[in-house]
Write a protein that binds this ligand. Structure first.
Ligand SMILES: Cc1cc2nc3c(=O)[nH]c(=O)nc-3n(C[C@H](O)[C@H](O)[C@H](O)COP(=O)(O)OP(=O)(O)OC[C@H]3O[C@@H](n4cnc5c(N)ncnc54)[C@H](O)[C@@H]3O)c2cc1C
Ligand code: SF4
Ligand code: SF4
Length: 496
């Protein structure tokens, strides 16, 4: 009766350090952690002590005999990770937490400004409060009216367990030495260099909120929106409440095949009654009640092996009552080189391909196609796709090459979920190519390679838009260490 990690695991690794058997992997110290879709419990070693259940902030762990029918597949998913020979060599006792030894604390109070109150900003505050042995004052500047960033305005409303992480994150705001300023956009309302003068350390955790443009004809037509706009709309983001979302047509197309694409497909097709008890914006729920959308096609540039969505999100979509998942058999062949989890994911898609869709609401996963342009004069009426051939390049990467074959789909709504990008803050170095703040060990670097003393960046604005909420905790820990090391070394100054 081992314990099992479920779909909504956000990789924050809170369970890892409490496990007496060290049977939850990959840990943040293991190389696979940065790319892992979730963490997995080794069924052979788990002794069912339940310590991980108490440590998990979002109830993502259950004993296997308490799983619902739809979640039973996670027994296999957890076990499959350990069938890979590379994952069998871990120590059976947990690593000891590192002992932090720092020189005698300076007398001065460490004053820190945190820019952005998303998961990364709040995790960083938590790390500073836990690790610091010096008097500390933290001021947080947040441009919106609420904390939580994409954990509030991005995570789908029906992912209520994941959204419950907000409660854990926001606990730090109760501390007397932490002050929050909402409605303040650094770079517009406050100059970042001024913050640099006032505080010993400025921690930039502003995320990556914009959607990458497609650069195709028709992109700005009515009926063409970014997934970021649509997600912000259904999550009641103050800047998206007036967005015009026309759901009167029957078919929507989502461009991109990451988890966000599956989120928006699921929300578009969910029975609105399922969403009543969630945090969905009331106006969005009303619009979904009268929506005509019955079919959503999700487009991937490459094949199902390269799809960016996680296996657990695919399972979540498949398990959503009232939604049928369908895809074509193309590129779903079995290959001996596939690892166990990839093989399992393809098997799930083959099952979807084998079912004949008969229900009213359906998601079609379509692979190896790219959008060429949108049809329509004043509003979207369809999309022209080009079919891609999948080739392997000299580095072994699968790449999509446009063929001469094209395809037209009628649709009234197109959502661009091709990926998020960050934007820079005036006065702070910016890597135009990667769209991130350039850093080394979390310390901001100028474009000519010099360190900007006292400035740090973390989370999506540092790594780019990938990784779940919890993966930002590891980043947050690193910059908290960097700030404390620099302060103790006497490298940081602040105007008194
Ligand atoms: C649609 C969507 C759904 C997701 N669903 C999940 C999920 O189900 N599970 C999961 O684990 N992960 C999910 N993620 C990923 C998760 O949300 C991110 O890993 C996480 O939010 C990144 O944290 P961050 O703090 O770096 O950035 P953000 O969450 O973007 O936070 C940045 C904060 O900075 C503020 N800010 C920006 N600019 C300024 C400025 N100039 N001045 C002051 N404040 C500023 C923003 O308002 C925001 O509050 C999802 C992401 C998206 C986009
Ligand atoms: S139940 Fe106990 S032994 Fe099993 S994974 Fe959780 S903490 Fe580890
Ligand atoms: S959310 Fe965190 S604590 Fe819960 S299972 Fe995932 S990594 Fe472990």
């Amino acid at each position: 009766m081992p314990h099992v990690i479920l779909q909504h695991c956000c990789n924050d690794a809170s369970c890892v350090s409490v496990c007496p058997m060290n049977c939850i992997h990959p840990t943040p110290d293991e190389p696979e952690y940065s790319t892992a879709e979730m963490l997995y419990i080794d069924p052979e070693s788990c002794i069912d002590c339940g310590a991980c259940v108490d440590a998990c902030p979002i109830d993502a762990i259950l004993p296997d005999d308490e799983l619902s029918e739809g979640d039973e597949v996670f027994i296999d998913i957890n076990a499959l990770w350990y069938t890979d020979p590379r994952h069998q060599e871990y120590e059976r006792t947990p690593p000891r937490p590192p002992v932090i030894t720092r020189p005698q604390a300076p007398e001065e109070t460490l004053r820190v400004a945190v820019v952005g109150a998303g998961p990364t900003g709040l995790y960083t505050v938590q790390e500073l409060l836990t690790q610091s042995r010096v008097p500390l004052e933290i001021e947080i500047f947040e441009r919106t009216d609420h904390t939580g960033g994409l954990a509030r305005y991005g995570v789908a409303p029906d992912h209520s367990s994941t959204r419950s992480v907000l409660g854990t994150l926001e606990r730090v705001l109760k501390r007397a030495n932490v002050r929050l300023h909402t409605g303040v956009e650094v770079g517009r309302d406050v100059d970042i260099t001024e913050l640099g003068a006032q505080f010993h350390a400025v921690l930039v955790t502003v995320g990556a909120k914009n959607t990458r443009r497609l650069g195709i004809e028709g992109e700005d037509l009515t009926g063409s929106l970014t997934a970021g706009e649509f997600v912000a709309w259904y999550n009641n983001h103050p800047e998206a409440r007036d967005l015009q979302v026309d759901l009167s047509g029957e078919h929507a197309v989502v461009i991109g095949n990451g988890n966000v694409a599956l989120d928006v497909a699921r929300i578009l097709l969910s029975d609105p009654e399922r969403l009543v008890e969630t945090d969905i914006a009331p106006y969005a729920l009303a619009a979904l009640r009268s929506s005509g959308i019955r079919r959503v096609t999700v487009l991937g540039r490459r094949g199902p092996r390269e799809a960016a969505f996680t296996t657990s999100e695919l399972i979540g979509l498949r398990n959503t009552p009232g939604i049928e998942l369908h895809c074509t058999l193309e590129h779903l062949d079995e290959r001996s080189e596939d690892d166990a989890l990839t093989a399992h994911r393809l098997m799930l898609m083959r099952q979807a391909a084998a079912t004949v869709p008969a229900g009213e609401r359906r998601v079609d996963l379509m692979f190896a196609v790219s959008p060429q342009y949108l049809h329509g004069s004043d509003r979207v009426t369809g999309i022209r796709l080009v079919c891609n051939e999948l080739k392997t390049d000299s580095e072994g990467q699968v790449v999509a090459q446009a063929s001469t074959r094209t395809l037209d789909l009628d649709c009234s709504l197109v959502l661009n979920a091709a990926g998020f990008v960050g934007t820079g803050i005036p006065g702070l170095p910016w890597d135009d190519h990667r769209c991130v703040v350039p850093t080394e060990s979390g310390r901001v670097m100028s474009t000519d390679g010099r360190e900007l003393t006292g400035f740090y960046a973390s989370g999506w604005i540092r790594r780019g838009p990938s990784g779940g909420i919890g993966s930002n905790r590891v980043d947050a820990r690193e910059i908290a260490h960097a700030v404390l090391d620099d302060f103790h070394a006497g490298r940081l100054t602040a105007r008194s």
